[in-house]
Design a protein around this ligand. Structure first.
Ligand SMILES: *[C@@H]1O[C@H](CO)[C@@H](O)[C@H](O)[C@H]1NC(C)=O
Ligand SMILES: *[C@@H]1O[C@H](CO)[C@@H](O)[C@H](O)[C@H]1NC(C)=O
Ligand SMILES: *[C@@H]1O[C@H](CO)[C@@H](O)[C@H](O)[C@H]1NC(C)=O
Ligand SMILES: *[C@@H]1O[C@H](CO)[C@@H](O)[C@H](O)[C@H]1NC(C)=O
Length: 288
């Protein structure tokens, strides 16, 4: 089934327009357009806003600093407020320099923000991630951060009737949709891009799309990727194979084939090779 030879997989990943997608275990930025082509030279400010640690307990008055980026490049005093919602990653200025929200902001004289999700990037409400410190990391608190942010900004801009439109992709796409449902008095519209609002443990459809795209690129490429993945799965079915994999991938430990999260981690790492290389093409060398 697997050949004792050196495998070279040449994988081409076609990244969706805005670079969102399931990011599994890798907490990376969504691919922003900043580095590819930034048309804007406007100064984008990095700012901080004090947020309650717990929005749902009035007796808890602890605060923390949430980071956000702000661009008034197109703001004309009456345009809407557009907010790109950060998800499980570190924010950067890209979405305030180009992309769909940027284009809409330009067309409508909008004020633009990009908020960072609590516990990610520099927006750390707690000193460390001990279990007891993770209790405030949940989507209800994160949505309340957005609502609080909007109230403060409307007050600061002295524009209480301004329309607010939120944008997000992947998990933050869910946040966009949910925040509009939960705070309709504050948010007039939401754009939820690739938002997986239907939670599904075995979400095989995601890789069907990837497989279809690979096939479109090159049928042989898709077949090679499939046989490589099949081989890894086969190796992970017995202890000897796991040792072979450890050697091939230079892993610190032998994968524990009885541990589903160990297996999940490995398969996910292979499926989501993170590339910052040119043109979204990447190489995966497997020595088997
Ligand atoms: C970047 O901008 C240049 C000049 O405007 C254009 O020719 C090029 O196609 C753009 N590249 C991308 C990836 O958008
Ligand atoms: C701001 O821009 C929007 C969209 O172009 C326009 O409808 C509005 O009148 C502008 N307001 C001012 C004060 O120029
Ligand atoms: C906001 O809109 C309401 C209803 O349209 C209006 O009565 C009020 O004066 C407006 N407030 C401001 C600050 O423009
Ligand atoms: C492998 O995983 C199983 C199931 O989680 C666990 O019971 C076992 O102790 C693990 N073995 C090693 C060597 O860690």
């Amino acid at each position: 089934m697997f050949k004792p030879s050196v495998w070279l997989l040449f994988i081409s990943f076609i990244v969706s327009t805005y670079g969102f997608g399931f990011r599994g275990f890798h907490y990376e930025n969504p691919r922003e357009l900043e580095e590819i082509n930034s048309t804007s030279r406007h100064i984008i400010l990095e700012k901080w806003i004090l947020q309650p640690l717990n929005h749902f307990d009035v007796r808890d008055n602890r605060l923390w600093s949430m980071r956000y980026y702000e661009s008034d490049e197109f703001y004309n005093g009456t345009g809407p407020i557009l907010i790109m919602l950060g998800g499980e990653w570190t924010i950067s200025r890209g979405f305030l320099r180009s992309g769909l929200m940027f284009d809409i902001g330009k067309a409508h004289g909008a004020m633009m923000y990009y908020t960072e999700h609590r516990y990610y990037g520099k927006s750390r409400p707690v000193r460390n991630t001990k279990p007891e410190n993770l209790q405030f990391l949940n989507v209800d608190q994160a949505l309340a951060d957005i609502a609080y942010f909007i109230e403060k900004k409307k007050f600061e801009l002295d524009k209480f009737n301004q329309s607010v439109i939120v944008f997000g992709g992947s998990y933050s796409g869910n946040m966009a949709a949910w925040s509009r449902l939960k705070y309709p008095h504050l948010i007039q519209g939401a754009l939820a891009s690739s938002a997986p609002i239907h939670a599904k443990a075995d979400f095989f459809e995601y890789y069907e799309v990837v497989s279809d795209l690979l096939r479109k690129y090159d049928e042989q490429c898709r077949n090679d990727v499939k046989s490589a993945i099949d081989t890894v799965e086969l190796l992970l079915s017995h202890n000897y194979g796991a040792k072979v994999l450890q050697k091939s991938f230079n892993l610190c430990d032998t994968p524990n084939i009885s541990d589903t999260s160990d297996i999940g981690w490995i398969m996910n790492s292979i499926a989501e090779v993170n590339l910052k290389r040119k043109n979204c093409y990447y190489y995966l060398f497997i020595n088997l």
